[in-house]
Design a protein around this ligand. Sequence first.
Ligand code: MG
Length: 157
Amino acid sequence: MRIGNGFDLHRLEPGRPFMLGGVRLDWHSGPIGHSDGDVLLHALTDALLGAAGMGDIGEWFPPTDEAYRDADSAKLLAKVLEAIGSQGWRIENIDTTIMLEQPKLKDAKPLIRARLAELAALPPDCISVKAKTMEGLGAIGRSEAVAAWVNVLLARE
Ligand code: MG
């Protein structure tokens, strides 16, 4: 078995689509990024690469590469899932924490969990989506940024 962790943070800007865990949130601002800025999928991708000892998301998909401008992070995740699968790894579970002041994620959490289950081809009970505010403190607390932590456990025979 192998454990991995991933972290990501993006700045928020008015008028940007807000992608989070492969789900589009209905909100007036969203993350800035070379890709679609989906912090949860980026942290998950990094956690998978970390567990498998296969580098990091910046090495796989360089932000200087025009091929990844406004890229769908679900497609980047799919490439990494294929690569770890070809090494014989399967995912035991995914545990995530999103740090975001607004919007509240109460209604979005089940949708994000279902979407992660779909993307990772796992039953939903293998996936946890938790959300925290920063109590108004710091950049996230001022709604200037969104961040995510992800832990994964991989196993192979
Ligand atoms: Mg990122």
